[in-house]
Write a protein that binds this ligand. Structure first.
Ligand code: ZN
Length: 506
């Protein structure tokens, strides 16, 4: 079989060598970062930061090299490239522009500001002092608008930020999806929370952490996560990282008093990793060699965490194993009680603690505030008040303090404002769209899951979502895999059906 991206062509070979080098520098940077978040001795932090800064300077120099730019020009003037090659060069060009258009002085000043802002936030937050962060946020907004101004082709600055993580999406498109979601989710959350919570007492019993970890690993091995090309370690904030073509690692955290913490963080990160492990070998080391967008990536973590891991079928497959592993802790618990407990819905003030149903309302709130800030309709000194008003409207709650208000997430305190949140909810929407397409193509999929057999689901996803890597734009990928453009219907149907049945509402 001849590969569609391998032509005997000196220009192409030069470009491939450049891309492999950029991918390897990226992988080495990820290795340093992975080590820093897992095993680095505390005393080594300063030396590590210096090493990372050196590596980023080297990577940036390679990514912006004028000779590389000329190779891209030459490739873009060619008329004989295959569609896959054309797409590869287009993505490379996008990365090149991203790295070269912002002046070096501007980038240095912005990054300095990001560090200052973050360290101010780490003290303003415990002091519950939003006002102290306003000058930092004002500067962050200025930097963000300035950065967007180097990409005038986008017009709306929000479009520029969205495109960075979700290529091809616009503020208009995201806004349409979000208003449909809000319209459906606010009344659904109201009805469900009125119905009263299920029994959850057994989730706060003592579950030895080492046993929790090996149980989680056995589940993701069943999912298809390949431990010969990855591993799981402990960290504070779980993440997935690609260190090389065949080295996709995940991290988790574990609490003895809550077995769902490690389990669902493991299933979530394994979903991201299954995506990265599934990209075609021939794309590795090129701009096509990874997940295509934040939204599609998050769709896979959510699919394996929620559509699969919080389903009745999942607990039919695993409850016995959990009870054999934790016989005392689960002695008085039924499979149905476990299923209900892991699907508890409760309105809360904290995004990261939110359940599947109300989570999106947290994201929509932040997205709309960002949009107003970037559009100049909202002044930063009014952000906290606007936050509280939006929470009352969307979740019917008011935070007693700034800590749980606009100071809550770190995202706005790294020095830039815009495009930080929408990927989470786009991922939820897409997770249901992909899952329902997989079900249509594989009748009886639920029965497979109830037997812990994930081969057909994983196989379908690998072929239709993972293997292509960045070969298609996110919109093309969704259309090819599911037969239609992104739509909220499968997601809303999924939530209505599941929570309607769980809580006896419709
Ligand atoms: Zn994720």
């Amino acid at each position: 079989m001849t590969s569609e991206t391998q032509l005997p062509d000196p220009l192409w070979n030069d470009l491939k060598a450049r891309w492999q080098e950029l991918a390897d520098l990226g992988g080495i940077g990820s290795l340093l970062g992975w080590d820093q978040s897992t095993y680095l001795p505390a005393g080594a932090a300063a030396g590590r930061s210096r090493q990372q800064a050196l590596l980023s300077r080297m990577a940036h120099a390679r990514a912006t090299d004028a000779g590389y730019g000329r190779l891209l020009d030459a490739a873009q003037s060619r008329t004989d490239l295959s569609p896959a090659q054309t797409r590869t060069v287009a993505l490379a060009r996008k990365n090149f522009e991203e790295a070269t258009r912002l002046p070096a002085d501007f980038v240095a000043a912005w990054s300095q500001h990001g560090g200052d802002s973050y360290s101010a936030w780490t003290t303003a937050r415990p002091d519950n002092d939003f006002a102290r962060m306003v000058p930092f946020l004002e500067k962050s907004l200025e930097f963000s608008l300035q950065a967007a101004s180097y990409f005038p082709e986008f017009g709306d600055p929000m479009d520029y930020f969205i495109d960075q993580s979700d290529e091809g999406m616009t503020a208009q498109g995201v806004g349409d999806v979000f208003s449909k979601l809000r319209e459906a989710l606010v009344p659904l959350a109201d009805a469900v929370t009125l119905a009263g919570p299920p029994r959850t007492d057994f989730l706060s019993r003592h579950y030895p952490t080492a046993t929790q970890l090996s149980l989680g690993e056995s589940v993701i091995r069943d999912y298809g996560y390949d431990f010969t090309r990855g591993r799981q370690d402990l960290t504070h904030h779980p993440f997935m990282t690609r260190l090389g073509g065949h080295d996709v690692r995940i991290t988790t955290r574990v609490k003895a008093g809550d077995p769902t913490e490690a389990l669902y963080s493991t299933l979530h990160e394994a979903g991201h990793a299954l995506y990265e492990q599934g990209v075609l070998d021939e794309y590795l080391g090129t701009p096509l060699g990874g997940g295509v967008s934040a939204g599609v990536h998050e769709s896979q973590s959510r699919l394996w965490e929620n559509q699969v891991g919080r389903s009745r079928a999942f607990w039919a497959a695993y409850f016995g194993k959990f009870r054999d592993t934790f016989p005392e802790q689960l002695a008085d618990v039924s499979e149905d009680e476990m299923y209900r407990a892991v699907n508890t819905v409760a309105r809360s003030l904290i995004r990261t603690d939110a359940d599947e149903l109300t989570y999106n309302l947290h994201v929509i709130t932040r997205y709309e505030l960002e949009r107003q800030l970037l559009g100049g309709q909202l002044a930063l000194r009014d952000l906290n008040d606007a936050w509280h008003a939006a929470y009352e409207q969307n979740l019917g709650l008011r935070a007693p303090s700034d800590v749980d208000g606009a100071l809550q997430d770190v995202h706005w305190y790294f020095g830039s404002i815009g495009g930080a949140f929408q990927g989470y909810t786009l991922g939820n929407v897409l997770s249901a769209q992909f899952y329902s397409a997989a079900e249509k193509a594989n009748p009886g999929l639920e029965n497979d899951i109830a037997r812990a057999d994930f081969s057909r689901l994983h196989g379908w996803l690998r072929e239709n979502v993972y293997a292509p890597g960045g070969r298609y734009t996110p919109a093309e990928l969704v259309e090819r895999a599911t037969g239609q453009a992104m739509t909220v219907e499968p997601y809303l149907n999924y939530l209505r059906e599941k929570y309607g049945e769980l809580y006896g509402v419709n």
